[in-house]
Write a protein that binds this ligand. Structure first.
Ligand code: NDP
Length: 269
């Protein structure tokens, strides 16, 4: 039996055990996958205990992705750019770290939803860990431009330093006249607080709007708002969640599981 876990705080809501068990069943692997609520300040200690108890690998979620990055001896290029790790494994004493969020979002957009990013104008709301994680894979798709809007403009400006196609704003400094936006990605945690970022409605009209947050059932508050403002297609982050998990699964088990039946499973619960 192999042992995996997702570490975070809070963690009770996590769907990762359901997703990884469904992947394992589909490829004929037996594994245990638990949720571990980590006390703040105890991440390194908790990982060590899990390893000592025979754990094979772990996913990491809020608020420990940066701490996980700092703890790893070796990280992938995606994790290096994001400065955050959501998948950990070990070889002997050495800890390796990967960040699968960006590739997960890309797989969901391009493969599952047939959304192309080349030559598109993209607007990202938020400049936290998720925005940081998705930026490099999005840029690799060759969008025409990426605008990042954040309440704290200094964080958006830091991300904009990566590439000349990125422009940073706060909500107050966004221009009223602008070229039409194709894709809006809500990478803020506003939906988790049941609020919508204070974005002028015309920014989402006629766009494809994606909220990285998701609910077990129904539309997030941002999705509802985007539909009301005339977005032409609206999606949540459930597909990204399953796709990023599939890439973690591949890192640990060497095979990429089918994701569609797991997305369907989660939607039908
Ligand atoms: P962080 O805490 O790192 O960043 C939060 C961001 O949200 C910051 O930019 C913050 O702005 C902004 N923000 C928070 N509240 C508001 C508000 N009321 N109005 C406007 N902006 C706000 O979180 P993450 O980046 O890790 O996560 C962001 C979202 O992405 C969450 O909803 C999370 O669930 C989702 N996510 C989904 C994944 C998936 O697989 N589907 C994977 C990873 C994340 P400021 O800096 O100004 O405070």
């Amino acid at each position: 039996m192999q042992y995996y876990a997702v570490l975070g705080n809070p963690i009770a809501h996590s769907l990762s055990p359901t997703i990884h068990q469904a992947f394992a069943k589909s490829v004929g692997i037996t594994l245990s996958y638990e949720k571990i609520e980590v006390p703040i300040g105890k991440f390194a200690e908790t990982i060590q205990k899990f390893r000592d108890a025979g754990g094979n690998g772990a996913n990491v979620t809020l608020p420990f992705k940066q701490e996980a990055f700092n703890l790893c001896n070796k990280v992938s290029p995606a994790a290096q750019i994001a400065k955050a790790v959501n998948t950990i494994g070990w070889e002997g004493e050495s800890l390796w770290g990967e960040n699968t969020d960006g590739e997960g979002l890309l797989n969901d957009l391009v493969r599952n939803k047939n959304i192309q990013l080349a030559q598109k104008r993209v607007l990202i709301l938020g400049a936290g860990g998720a925005a940081q994680g998705i930026l490099a894979p999005l840029l690799a798709e060759q969008p025409e431009s990426i605008m990042i809007v954040n309440r704290d403009i200094t964080k958006a400006e830091r991300l904009a330093e990566q590439d000349s196609r990125i422009i940073a704003f706060d909500y107050a400094s966004m221009p009223t006249q602008h070229e039409p936006i194709d894709i809006v990605i809500n990478a803020t945690s506003a939906s988790l607080q049941n609020t919508v970022p204070s974005l002028q409605p015309h920014w989402v009209e006629h766009t494809i709007a994606i909220d990285l947050a998701y609910l077990k059932q129904g539309d997030t508050i941002f999705m509802q708002w985007a539909k009301e403002q005339g977005a032409k297609e609206v999606f949540d982050g459930m597909g990204m969640l399953v796709e990023q998990a599939a890439i973690s699964f591949r890192k640990w088990h060497g095979m990429l599981p089918d994701t569609k039946h797991v997305i369907d499973l989660l939607r039908s619960r």
